[in-house]
Design a protein around this ligand. Structure first.
Ligand code: ADP
Ligand code: MG
Length: 452
C-alpha cells in the first residue's frame, strides 16, 4: 500500500465519522508525506489546520490508520504551505454534480416546525461554538437524561437557531417516532393566548406535554410575560419529570434576562448552559467556503478572505454579503473584481448599534448587582471599584467618551483616574478569561437591550 493509498483509505473512513463541512475544512489538502515503522508523517496546509487536527482528530485518525497498519504508534503533523494552493481544484473534483446544484427550496415540516436546511452537515464548528456543538451532540445521544434543559445563548446571527434545528432534525432522522417540536417563544405565546381566548387551553396543554424533545427558540421574548411564563413553567415541569428533553436558546444568559421569574431562571440554569461567541477569522473563512460550495459560486479565495476580514461579528451578515455577491454574479456572469466586492460590502455592513453612556452604566451596575448611584457617586467602597473601572473602560471603548467626561460621569474624578482605569482593564482583559466573559455579557446586554 502506498502512502497515498493509505491516506485515501483513512480519509474515506473519517469522512463517514464527521460532518461534511468539517471534513472539507480540516482534511482537504492533507497528505501523508512519510511513513516509518511506527510513525506516519502528515502534511497539512497551515498552522491553523495543524492545531485543530492535532487537538481534535489526532486520536480518531490514529485509530483508523491502525485499522490498516496496527504497528503504527503515532502521527506527526507538519505544515506544507504549498498544499493550500490545491484547495479549489480538489474541492471541485470531489463534489458530485447534484451537490453543486442550488439547494432546492425545502419546506418546513408542519408537524415539527423544523426546516430541513439546518443540519449538522452544513454547520461549521470552530472554537467560538465548539462547546455548544459538543453539548448538542451529548444531548442527542442521551435525550432527556443528562443535560436538561440545554440552554444555548449568544448574540444575533451566530447560529443558535441553526444549532437548535439541527438537533431536532438529527433526532428525527435517527428515530422518526420521537416527537419533536420546535417553536419560537413568541409563537408559543401567541398560541397560548389564542387557546385561552378560544377555550382550547386543555388541547394546548396536551399538545406540548406529550412532546419528547421540545425546542423553544429565543426564550428572552417571554420576558415580562407573566402568564406565558406560568404556562412554560408547568410545561417545563411536566416534561422534566418525565425525562423529556428541553432545549432553549436566548440572546443572553438566563441571569441577564430581565423580567424573568426566579423559579424559571433557576430551572433554566439547572441543566447545561453553553454560549456561542463571535467566530474567529479562520472560522468565518471556513463558513464562507462552505456557503460558497453550497451556492456553487464562482468567487476567488482571496475575495472570501477579504469578506471574512471585513465582517467580524455576525454569520448572518457573512451570508448576506455572499448572497448579494451571488445576485451580482447572476446578472454579470463574470466573477466580480475585488473592488466590486468592496463596494457591495461598504453598502451592506451595518454600523454597530449606537449606545449611550446611560445604557452602559445601567448594564454594568445590573451585571454586578449593584446600584447605579454607587458607580456615579463619589464612594470608595471596595466592591464598587472594579465595576466602576469596567464602566470607565466601556465608556472609552464603546462610547468613545473623553477621559475628562468619563471621570466626571463616574465618581466625579479627574481624567487621570479614567485613564488609569481604562489602561488597567485593557491590560487585565488580555489575560483574564473571566473578565473577558463578563465584559462580553455586559456588551450583549446593552447592544441588544430589550425593548420594554
Ligand atoms: P441566530 O439564531 O443565532 O440569530 P442563525 O442560526 O439564524 O442565528 O444563523 C444565521 C445564519 O448563519 C443562518 O443562515 C445559519 O445557517 C448560518 N450559520 C450560523 N452558524 C453557522 C455555522 N456554524 N456554520 C454554518 N452556517 C452557520
Ligand atoms: Mg435565531
Amino acid at each position: 500500500m502506498t502512502n497515498e493509498e493509505l491516506w485515501q483509505k483513512t480519509l474515506n473512513e473519517i469522512k463517514f465519522e464527521i460532518s461534511n463541512a468539517n471534513f472539507i475544512t480540516w482534511f482537504q489538502n492533507t497528505i501523508v508525506t512519510d511513513k516509518t515503522d511506527q510513525k506516519i508523517a502528515v502534511g497539512v496546509p497551515n498552522a491553523f489546520v495543524k492545531e485543530w487536527i492535532e487537538f481534535k482528530y489526532q486520536k480518531q485518525i490514529l485509530k483508523v490508520i491502525r485499522g490498516f497498519l496496527p504497528e503504527i504508534r503515532s502521527i506527526e503533523f507538519s505544515i506544507l504551505p504549498k498544499l493550500s494552493q490545491k484547495i479549489p481544484a480538489q474541492i471541485e473534483k470531489k463534489s458530485r454534480p447534484q451537490e453543486q446544484q442550488e439547494m432546492p427550496e425545502l419546506s418546513i415540516d408542519k408537524d415539527t416546525n423544523l426546516n430541513p436546511r439546518y443540519t449538522f452537515e452544513n454547520f461549521v464548528v470552530g472554537s467560538f461554538n465548539e462547546l455548544a456543538h459538543a453539548a448538542g451532540q451529548a444531548i442527542m445521544n442521551n435525550l432527556g437524561s443528562v443535560y436538561n434543559p440545554f440552554f444555548v445563548y449568544g448574540g444575533v446571527g451566530l447560529g443558535k437557531t441553526h444549532l437548535l434545528q439541527a438537533i431536532g432534525n438529527e433526532v428525527k432522522k435517527r428515530d422518526p417516532q420521537i416527537k419533536v417540536k420546535y417553536i419560537s417563544s413568541e409563537k408559543f405565546t401567541n398560541e397560548f393566548i389564542y387557546a385561552l381566548q378560544n377555550n382550547e387551553i386543555n388541547y394546548f396543554k396536551e399538545k406540548y406535554r406529550i412532546i419528547d424533545l421540545l425546542i423553544i427558540d429565543d426564550i428572552q421574548f417571554i420576558s415580562k410575560k407573566i402568564q406565558t411564563q406560568e404556562e412554560i413553567f408547568h410545561t417545563f415541569n411536566t416534561l422534566y419529570e418525565n425525562n423529556k428533553q428541553i432545549v432553549l436558546s436566548s440572546d443572553r444568559a438566563p441571569k441577564l434576562i430581565e423580567g424573568l421569574e426566579e423559579r424559571l431562571r433557576s430551572r433554566f440554569e439547572g441543566g447545561m448552559i453553553a454560549d456561542i461567541s463571535e467566530p474567529e477569522y479562520e472560522a468565518r473563512l471556513a463558513i464562507l467556503h462552505t456557503k460558497k460550495k453550497e451556492k456553487n459560486l464562482l468567487i476567488n479565495d482571496d475575495m472570501l478572505e477579504y469578506i471574512a476580514a471585513s465582517i467580524k461579528s455576525n454569520i448572518r451578515e457573512l451570508e448576506g454579503a455572499l448572497n448579494l455577491i451571488a445576485v451580482r454574479l447572476n446578472v454579470q456572469k463574470t466573477p466580480p473584481a475585488l473592488n466590486d466586492i468592496k463596494d457591495i460590502l461598504a453598502k451592506h455592513i451595518q454600523p454597530r448599534k449606537i449606545v449611550t453612556a446611560k445604557q452602559i452604566i445601567h448594564a454594568v451596575s445590573k451585571f454586578y448587582n449593584t446600584q447605579e448611584r454607587f458607580l456615579i457617586e463619589k464612594t470608595r467602597r471596595r466592591d464598587i471599584v472594579r465595576p466602576r473601572q469596567i464602566a470607565m473602560y466601556l465608556l472609552r471603548e464603546d462610547f468613545n467618551g473623553s477621559y475628562p467626561y468619563i471621570g466626571q460621569k463616574l465618581g466625579g474624578r479627574d481624567h487621570t483616574t479614567a485613564i488609569h482605569s481604562y489602561e488597567k482593564i485593557s491590560r487585565d482583559i488580555k489575560k483574564d478569561k473571566q473578565l473577558q466573559e463578563e465584559i462580553k455579557q455586559i456588551r450583549l446586554n446593552f447592544y441588544y437591550a430589550q425593548e420594554a
